[in-house]
Each structure stands twice: as C-alpha cells, then as structure tokens.
Design a protein around this ligand. Structure first.
Ligand code: BG6
Length: 501
C-alpha cells in the first residue's frame, strides 16, 4: 500500500476512517460563517451518519440565548442555505440532539467555567475548538480555554483566515496559540483546500502521467487564476474594509491554488510532504516590492452598477464602509515563481467582488507549436487546459481539430470532463469535509505555520507599496471584470484574460 493510500485510510495520526467521538466547541456560533456554512456542514454529516454516537456540538456566542432559541435561528438560516429537498424532520431531530448552546464571550475568563462544567466527563472525546471569530480574539479565546483547563491532549484548534493582518500580527497569534497547542493540534483553515475541485487538481496533476512532461517552462506559456464573485461585501462591510481583497482572497485562496498548480510532486500524500512542496513554491515567489508594485499589481474598487440584472450600490455606499475608504475590492497581479520549473512563466492572479459572474477558474496556456504547417491565424491557437472549480466543476482541454470539408481548416474544440455528469455521488462541501478532517486529525488540507509566514512575507510588501502610493484604487463599475488596468497588466505581455475578447 502506498503512503498516500495508507494516509487516506488511516489519517496521519493513525485514526480509522470514521472519526472517534468528538465534541465541537464552536465559537462565533451566531456569526455569518456558522449560520451559512458550518451548521449546514454538521447537519449534512449527521444526515450521512458520520457523527459518531456520543459526539456533541457546543455552540458558543455572546448572545444570551437558550438552546431552543439558538436552534430556531439555525432552522431559520437553513431556509436559505439548505436546499429544501435536503431537509427532513427526522434528520433535523437527529441534528438538534447533538447541538447545545452556551452564552460565552471569548474575552471573559469566567464564562469558560460554565463551559468547563458542561464538558466535565467528556475528556475522552476528541475536542475540536473552532474559532470562527475575528482574529484579534483568537489569543484571548485560547488563553481562556487553557486557564479553564479545557485544553486536553486530544484537543485540536481550528483557526479561520485571515490569520492576522500581516506577518507581524500573524506571528503574534501563532506564537500565543503555539504556546498552548502543538503544531499538529493547530488546523489553519483555508476552505478552498476543502473544495472537491481543488483536491481534484491534485488528482489531475499527480494521478496522471499525461500532463507532467508538459507542466513546465518551455511548454506552458502562462497561467491565469481567476476567482470572481458576483456578490458585494454584503453585511460584512466593517470587517471587509479592514481586510480588502489582497488579504481576504489572494493571501489565502489564490496563493494556495497557485501552490497546487506549481508544486513539485510530493513524496507521498502525507500532510507534511504535501505542505513541504507548497512551502517551496511560496518561498520561490519573486517579491513584488518598491517600484514593481505599481507595475505588477492593479487594485480596484467597485462603483454603483448592476449585478444579476439589478442595480447595486458602490463600495463606498455600503454599510460599515467609510465614505473615503481606499480598501480594494479587486486585485489583479503578476506573480513569478523563481525556480527551475517555472522560470519565465508568469502566473496572473485576479479576484474581485461584484464581477459579472461567480467563477473560479484556472487556465493553463501552452506554448504555440514550434513550426506551424497549416494556414490561417486560427491554426496557431495554443492549447489550453481550463480547470473550472466553481460554480460547476469541469476540466476542459482545448485542442485544434480539422473542420469537416475539403479544406484543411482548423478550429479549437473542447475535450471536456464535467464532474456532475460523470459522477453521480454528491460531493462534500468544503466545510463539511474539513470538519471531518479535523475530527480525524488529518492535517493535509490545512496550512502549516511556515506556509502562512511565507504567504504573508510575500503579501506585506505589496500592501506597503499601496499604502505609500498617493493613488487610490482604480474604480470599476459593478458587474464588470475590474478596471481597464487589469487587462493592460496582462496584455503588456501579449496575453488576454480568458473570456476577454
Ligand atoms: C472567504 C472570503 O474566505 O471566501 C469571502 O472571506 C469570500 O469574502 C469567500 O466571499 C468566497 O468563498 P467561496 O467558497 O464562495 O468561493
């Protein structure tokens, strides 16, 4: 059995495939993430019979709610976040049985005594502390957990991104959390790694021989990674304004995607082998600093426009956003990986709110054939591999074929794999999968501290460059693909964004 299979079957710390009984201590249980994704994930796990007997979820938040009132809120949120055909009274009852609610303010030491009492006698269970809180509360929550004697050897802590605001604040959090938990008890979440499609990328690259010989400079001309969102900042204006697209999306999700595309084949599927290879990519990223920031990055901010056929307001009119804010809601940049495999191959990254559609896509563009023998501009279009991560998952290889008829006329056609057509099984959503991984102690899809450090070290100089610049972010109309400068960034190198004419 290969390392990978052994790991898949047992988890790196030797756990069996089904987790042993576990308790989740969910801080921030009334927040947006808990209500939109985490509770739904737990409901689905209960429905799939994957929550072992004797497990419990302690929902924790500041609000003085009873358990019934909390469940009422969850039920209400399910009306929008859970497809109606997934709801059944029987499954709901089974779900409700595992949920408890306790009012706990993460910063108030005394509140943790009530939590410790509720946990008495449950020390044998794995304990998953899920901090769905603002990062500035992480250290208080961990210190209070330790002081109240809640941290057992079987406790694991899940930290939501963004972990800090920069390298320095992230270091501070990591240091404090690291003084209470060992590194293999710390699960730094990047929910993109939990997406089925992202794991499929690993399968595509390392399960097939086909692509490997072509996966390098000389064969690939450039790579584009786009994560577009149709939504604006919704109710998160205040949080978002202190974060911005670079820290909210690029520092985590887009860099992780880049790592998976650019990493060397790991020795095995073991968590540290995979993370070692991702780390090497992050360390090989050429710094963007000083005058380069202006040249290699574009930041934008949306103005009033239209989304999904309806008029929408601009970022500066959103609730919780200062009218003179300079926070970016769009970023496009050119990254370069300075190593043997990727020297000279640009990676263009782009993400934004209020884009025309919700789409996450990686486009790998190959070089042109060295010596064209067919006539016409169309006959020279390079091959492309388009990996669509959402909304629908697909892999499309664009190749040239002859159109039927007398003439030798070439046309780009698609060889496609659409996951929904090929596989009938329902995929787990990201949080559902990641919660299970934490319960099993499987760290493969979580970020190690050195990865995070390397990501911040690359991001910080870009932010510094922006802060020193007199230029505000470039405006773009909601419902468009960002400022014109984004197209200019890539067209300077002779390319265009996929889908752009
Ligand atoms: C989160 C960001 O990490 O990812 C949000 O904080 C963003 O701003 C979200 O909307 C996007 O996730 P998904 O899974 O909807 O692509």
């Amino acid at each position: 059995m290969s390392h990978y299979h052994r790991d898949m079957a047992r988890g790196p710390d030797g756990n069996s495939d089904k987790p042993e009984p576990f308790d989740i201590l969910l801080f921030g249980a009334t927040g947006d993430l808990a209500m939109s994704k985490l509770m739904r994930g737990i409901y689905r796990r209960v429905s799939a019979g994957q929550i072992p007997e004797g497990s419990k979820v302690f929902a924790l938040a500041r609000s003085n709610l009873t358990r019934e009132q909390y469940l009422e809120r969850v039920r209400e949120s399910f009306r929008t976040v859970l497809p109606a055909n997934e709801f059944s009274q029987q499954q709901w009852d089974a779900f409700a049985r595992v949920i408890d609610y306790l009012p706990v303010d993460a910063t108030v030491r005394e509140h943790f005594d009530a939590l410790a009492r509720a946990l008495a006698g449950r020390e044998g269970n794995v304990r998953v502390v899920f901090l769905s809180l603002a990062p500035k509360l992480f250290t208080a929550a961990c210190a209070n957990l330790a002081a109240a004697g809640i941290v057992t050897p079987k406790t694991r802590v899940v930290l939501e991104k963004p972990l800090g605001q920069d390298r320095r604040s992230s270091d501070e959090i990591n240091r404090l959390v690291g003084s209470i938990f060992s590194e293999n008890q710390i699960f730094r979440i990047d929910h993109y790694l939990g997406k089925e499609a992202v794991q499929n990328l690993l399968a595509l690259r390392f399960g097939n021989l086909l692509f490997e010989p072509l996966w390098r400079r000389g064969r690939i001309s450039h790579v584009q990674i786009t994560v577009g969102e149709q939504v604006g900042v919704e109710e998160r204006g205040e949080f978002y304004d202190q974060t911005g697209a670079l820290r909210d999306m690029v520092q985590s999700h887009l860099l992780q995607l880049l790592c998976i595309i650019a990493m060397e084949p790991p020795v095995s599927g073991d968590a540290d082998c995979v993370r070692d290879e991702k780390l090497k990519v992050l360390r090989a990223l050429r710094p963007i600093e000083g005058a380069d920031v202006e040249v290699k990055t574009v930041r934008g901010q949306y103005r009033a426009g239209a989304s999904g056929g309806k008029p929408v307001r601009g970022y500066l009119e959103e609730d919780g956003v200062p009218r003179d804010s300079r926070t970016e809601t769009f970023v496009a940049l050119k990254a370069e990986v300075d190593n043997w495999r990727w020297a000279g191959v640009p990676f263009y990254l782009r993400t934004g709110k209020r884009m025309p559609e919700r789409i996450a896509e990686i486009v790998v563009s190959f070089e042109k054939v060295p010596h064209p023998i067919f006539d016409g501009e169309r006959a020279h279009r390079p091959n492309r591999l388009i990996i669509r991560l959402q909304p629908d998952e697909s892999i499309t290889l664009c190749i040239l074929a002859k159109t039927p008829g007398e003439l030798m006329r070439l046309k780009t056609v698609d060889l496609g794999l659409h996951f929904a057509d090929t596989f009938k099984e329902r995929s787990l959503d990201a949080y559902e999968r990641l919660i299970t991984d934490v319960a099993k102690g499987n760290l493969r899809l979580f970020m190690r501290r050195d990865e995070l450090d390397a990501a911040w070290a690359w991001i910080d100089p870009i932010r510094e460059g922006w802060l020193q610049s007199d230029e505000p972010p470039k405006p773009y109309i909601a419902g468009t693909w960002g400022p014109a400068a984004s197209s200019a960034l890539i067209s300077r190198d002779g390319f265009t964004w996929h889908g752009e004419v």
